[in-house]
Design a protein around this ligand. Sequence first.
Ligand SMILES: *[C@@H]1O[C@H](CO)[C@@H](O)[C@H](O)[C@H]1NC(C)=O
Ligand SMILES: *[C@@H]1O[C@H](CO)[C@@H](O)[C@H](O)[C@H]1NC(C)=O
Ligand SMILES: *[C@@H]1O[C@H](CO)[C@@H](O)[C@H](O)[C@H]1NC(C)=O
Ligand SMILES: *[C@@H]1O[C@H](CO)[C@@H](O)[C@H](O)[C@H]1NC(C)=O
Ligand SMILES: *[C@@H]1O[C@H](CO)[C@@H](O)[C@H](O)[C@H]1NC(C)=O
Length: 421
Amino acid sequence: MMKAGLVLCFLAALSGAQGVNISCSQPADIFFLLDDSRSIWTVYFKNMITFVKELVGQFDISTTSTRIAASTFSEGNKPQFQFGDYNTLAEVNHAFDTIHQSNGGSTQTHIGLEFAKNSISQKGRPGVPHILIVITDGASSNRSETVKAANATRSEGTEIMVIGVGSLDRTQLEEIASKPVSDHVFTVRQFPQLSSIGSLVGQKACPDLGPTDMPMDQAVAEKECQQKPAEVVFALDKSSSIYILDFKKQLTFVSDLIKMFDIGKDKTRVAIVSFSTNASVEFHLDEYYLKKDVTDRTEKILYTGGNTNTGAALKLVNGSVLTSEHGVRSNVPHVVIVITDGRSQKYLDTQAQAKALKNSGAFVFAIGVGSSVYDQELKDIASAPSDQFVFETTGYDALPSIKNILAFRACEQTSQASGRR
Ligand SMILES: *[C@@H]1O[C@H](CO)[C@@H](O)[C@H](O)[C@H]1NC(C)=O
Ligand SMILES: *[C@@H]1O[C@H](CO)[C@@H](O)[C@H](O)[C@H]1NC(C)=O
Ligand SMILES: *[C@@H]1O[C@H](CO)[C@@H](O)[C@H](O)[C@H]1NC(C)=O
Ligand SMILES: *[C@@H]1O[C@H](CO)[C@@H](O)[C@H](O)[C@H]1NC(C)=O
Ligand SMILES: *[C@@H]1O[C@H](CO)[C@@H](O)[C@H](O)[C@H]1NC(C)=O
């Protein structure tokens, strides 16, 4: 699947222009958290505002497309405007123009982050990517509190981008930002140079095109999933490339996804296979029929570490889970959702097992997390067309952004198909 950023890079390269403005039509809720401490000269603060306006100008501003909110921080936080307050580009630009610099003496980034987090969770639209852009010129006054606040913000699914100006400590910016750092941390020496990175930041902030980030309301997805009998099997990566915290995030994501299905003995049933060096069945399709039992059991899956033997997991799904011994219903669709953050050690085996599984009639989704995944392998694992069955996210923190659309697509298969082919 091609990323929007990539397409735009090609366009920029073709036209030979460095400063090509993008035009991002993907909806998003973007919160700007701007440092207004007194170490920033007034004229530089104005440069920052100009830069922010240039950035905002690349988005399609409206109530249904991209919405903007902002606050400033130094000694404490000062709310400026909230999502929904201003809904045209002109109004948003005017709101930025009227921001007054507080000139506070410290850089209490953590207080700004906490405000932004709460604000996003209260006013951000579900099903739309939440992006926080922090611009700062200095080290935060309380580094550990700042890291904590940034972690909490990311764990709610907000993507954090950090722009540092001046000779500051890049490590501190990286601690705040989402992964991969290359897409989320930007630095320039001086405020006037900010405009040189405007189109780059715009590209990175524009949610990827394709199904991965297609906005989809939770209610729409849940409706699609009602009354859909299906066998849904998850194959979850627990190899050592995953940190234990990330593994927990994966389980939370799967559990949240399951909550959207219409679970029941005669409706959607769920099984889970986990894999690293070996694969094992966590639970079968005929073990739990109550939603709460399924999600509770899911959250208890243990992390082991090891290699990434995706082929073994697919083989187990075909040979042990989707079998009559374990009550598989042959007259309902079989949906397999593979989540991995790396490439398998035995590529050919993975390819062969995926093929066998698809030949037996299952619809296979492949979710790639982070930057180490191998696009071609995800495509080989997944059913065709890959723009419907392959999803990629920048990291585990970004998984929630695909929840609604993935649930929708999985349930959509179950209405378009009936039974194993
Ligand atoms: C990009 O947009 C900015 C602000 O909207 C404008 O000043 C600038 O001329 C544009 N650059 C190009 C290359 O179109
Ligand atoms: C950071 O905040 C914590 C909690 O309020 C406090 O215990 C710690 O002393 C602060 N550190 C600094 C460097 O101010
Ligand atoms: C923030 O998250 C990182 C990894 O996700 C973790 O290593 C670190 O300990 C966390 N820090 C705090 C203060 O929670
Ligand atoms: C994987 O399975 C093999 C063969 O059954 C066994 O020898 C090995 O210990 C297992 N490895 C892990 C990490 O469980
Ligand atoms: C997959 O399952 C089908 C049906 O149970 C079986 O016929 C086939 O041999 C299996 N394929 C592999 C590669 O195990």
